[in-house]
Write a protein that binds this ligand. Structure first.
Ligand SMILES: *Cc1c(COP(=O)(O)O)cnc(C)c1O
Length: 362
């Protein structure tokens, strides 16, 4: 092949989504992608269907209706919001707009895999700062970023660890970074967090021009298939993202579903309540099997297995798959001895605990 992509592109390992199949099992339970156990808002699904008589018309490229709905529900300014095809796209656009080849991009040790993709797509160099107890270590991030990081990507709370740092810690991080470093706060799981010391970072993004927050409809709103996310930030950043996005990057069914979903407070509350109950239960039950479970404020738990012997993460994963239970192996994150398990419906949660109990006793 004589036609070659830009340097570095062929080094990229494409993102591997959570598995969706278990060999020989017709309807496996999928707990590998942090999808919403309750599905999505019925109102969002209705709005999605209702859009089907307008599929021949280009959508509003600015997704104005959706931005206004988000602004209304979240108490924000619609002009400081840009929507994307998943928050994934917004993370990609930030890289596309701000990174030059050779730039330094910083994340925490077990940062979301998409940050590495974004850095590599621009020929930037990704550097990870060590975590402490599977939790973001602000001092380590500050030291790693130094005075020349172009972007610091921080998921708060983080996936796959499920841990978070406080608003005060985020502010300490921002204050220590130079003004030439953009802080990207990926708050994909913000709605699930109940801790008073937590903030999604919206206030900080309102106060400063070097912070941008990304949010998603894939988790609390259960619209992962629709591909919808949004970013909130200073007018300068939002203007840049509008310039680099596709002219119609958010499709009409997504605009309609998202507009209905963000107004359906009752569905969001049910999702939060369900999660609060079952994430605690999973942690307690799995912990009771003698496995370490990292405390999670998200809709998943990270479970740690012995590195050696018969009860490894790989063996547990194989056992769960044989029972039709699909969870996420996280060795691509540098966690070869752990599995990430999404909170499911009651019966699914009970099934996964029961299978782990059998596995540990076998
Ligand atoms: C799930 C997730 C997202 C959401 O991605 P979408 O593209 O909006 O589906 C973003 N960041 C993190 C850390 C996630 O876990």
């Amino acid at each position: 092949m004589t036609i070659q992509p830009r340097a570095g592109i062929l080094d990229i390992r494409p993102y591997k989504p959570g598995a969706a199949e278990a060999p020989g099992i017709a309807e496996p339970v999928k707990l590998s992608s942090n999808e919403n156990a309750l599905g999505c808002s019925a109102k969002a699904a209705d709005a999605f269907r209702a859009s089907s008589d307008q599929l021949h018309i280009y959508p509003d490229g600015g997704a104005t209706k959706l931005r206004e709905a988000i602004a209304r529900e979240e108490g924000l300014e619609a002009e400081n919001i840009v929507c994307g095809c998943g928050s994934d796209e917004l993370l990609q656009l930030l890289g596309k707009a701000y990174l030059n080849p050779g730039d330094k991009v910083v994340q925490s040790q077990y940062g979301f895999l998409v940050y590495r993709l974004v850095a590599m797509q621009s020929g930037a160099e990704l550097v990870s700062a060590p975590e402490t107890n599977y939790t973001t270590d602000v001092d380590a991030l500050i030291e790693t970023a130094g005075d020349d990081a172009k972007i610091v990507f921080l998921a708060n709370p983080n996936n796959p660890t499920g841990t978070f740092i406080s608003d005060a810690e985020i502010r300490r991080l921002r204050d220590a970074l130079p003004p030439s470093t953009l802080l990207v706060l990926d708050s994909a799981y913000a709605e699930f967090v109940r801790d008073a010391n937590y903030s999604a970072g919206i206030e900080l993004a309102r106060e400063r021009d070097d912070v941008v927050v990304t949010r998603t409809f894939s988790k609390i709103h259960g619209l992962a298939a629709v591909r919808l996310g949004w970013a909130y930030g200073h007018a300068n950043i939002i203007d840049v993202l509008h310039r680099v996005r596709g002219p119609f990057n958010v499709n009409l069914p997504a605009i309609e579903a998202g507009t209905a979903a963000i107004a359906d407070r009752a569905f969001m509350q049910r999702s939060i309540d369900h999660n609060e109950e079952w994430v605690a239960w999973l942690r307690q039950q799995i912990g009771g099997l003698g496995l370490e479970v990292t405390p999670s404020v998200c809709n998943f738990v990270l479970v740690h297995f012995p590195a050696e012997g018969e009860k490894t993460a790989a063996a547990a994963d194989a056992y769960l798959i044989s029972k039709g239970l699909i969870v996420r192996a996280v060795q691509p994150y540098g966690l070869p001895h752990s599995l990430r398990i999404t909170v499911g419906k009651e019966a699914e949660n009970r099934a996964v605990v029961e299978a782990l109990r059998e596995f540990m006793a076998s």
